[in-house]
Design a protein around this ligand. Sequence first.
Ligand code: OOG
Ligand code: NI
Length: 448
Amino acid sequence: MLTTHDLRAAFARSLSAMYGTEVPAYTTLVEVSTAVNADVMAADPERAERLGRIDRVTAERHGAIRVGTARELRDVAQVFAALGMEPVGFYDLRGDDKASLPIVSTAFRPTTREALAINPFRVFTSVLVTDDRRYFDEALQADLDAFLERRTLFGEEVLSLARRAEAEGGLEDDAAARFLSLATACFELSDEPVDRAWYQRLAAISGVAADIGGVTTTHINHLTPRVLDIDDLYRRMTERGIRMIDEIQGPPRWEGPDVLLRQTSFKALAERRRFREADGSVVDGELSVRFGEVEQRGIALTPPGRDRYDRAIVEIDERSAGLTPAERDEVKRSVWRETWPTDEDGLADAGLAFFEYAPAPGGRLVRSPIVYEDFLPRSAAGIFASNLDNAGTRDTAREGSHRDIEWMAEQLGRTVHDPMALYAAQQQASLDAATAALGLPTIDGGTR
Ligand code: OOG
Ligand code: NI
């Protein structure tokens, strides 16, 4: 019997193997990440493992997928439920000023400390908002909805195995193998010809809309390894001749603790795809939609910490308008020095970040940081935007359609967790256990 947690770890490996054959540059990224992590580990093991054991970090990946309808979203949630992954957070990337992104998103991931320790695989999952008039007029929405209605991304066999795995907490060996192979195949790039006129009609509005609704299947868009020194990774990839985007998204490199998430990517690669022309003929062509991404994770911030982060990002934008990426990086660093305490004690004392507590000899509590397990909307929009050939179009004068976390939960028929509540509960549970072990009165972690 494989538990849902075993299935998740196996699925992450299976997807990684499949994606490596599809996108060889991904294999390079994994090799370079592994080398960077080994070097950080050799230089300073304690620092290297401050935010997670090296075996977890080395196996750690996040993926990104994009679907078209609420039904597809519900089906994919069922597949992820079999892997012990639940929806966490709501991201609304519409209204971004750099790219046309007619989507809302959630992240599927394990939610308990134990499950995260086994394998923290997470998938950023976006769904089209076809009734948003800023992007799609009535005629295009009707065609798009009809196109999406005709396709089936997840077949009955994979869904019924997924339901069984969720209900029974896992699958016996044969069923597990079958489920893993079917589930992996759902995310393979299809060689089904792409209807060129239809694809281009959507691409004029949004490259993401075309990637989702212009084809009859879905695919894994990227698979992101976690690295312990993203600046070193960026340098090494550049030395290997791989062109990275201009900037590392999120916080700068600096001397204080890393918070939240730093990410960077390399440009989408041209992949061979077949196209069906208006006259019915099928020809070879190329599409560039899939890219490589890497990330370095930091400490999870509390709501006041997150407010401070969001304000710092606005400040950086204001101060760095018109500057080069290198100059912008300097601005980021100065803002960071003005904004954050320079060590973990400072973050904890100011209630800015989440920590776990364990009892130590002498009746003391030892503190260790809780890793940020989620995504950043602003960085996500930057990652999307830097990998689209053209920004697309939208009519900002029109009214957008309403979407929020409740909408997402209702479509899924599942609870969509609030990430802050998960971190706060993890912190409080550790405080309760540690104080009980030491015979101390309980402490309120004050997680607001
Ligand atoms: C998702 C982009 C967001 C991240 O790491 O922030 C993302 C996508 O391209 O579908 O993966
Ligand atoms: Ni990503």
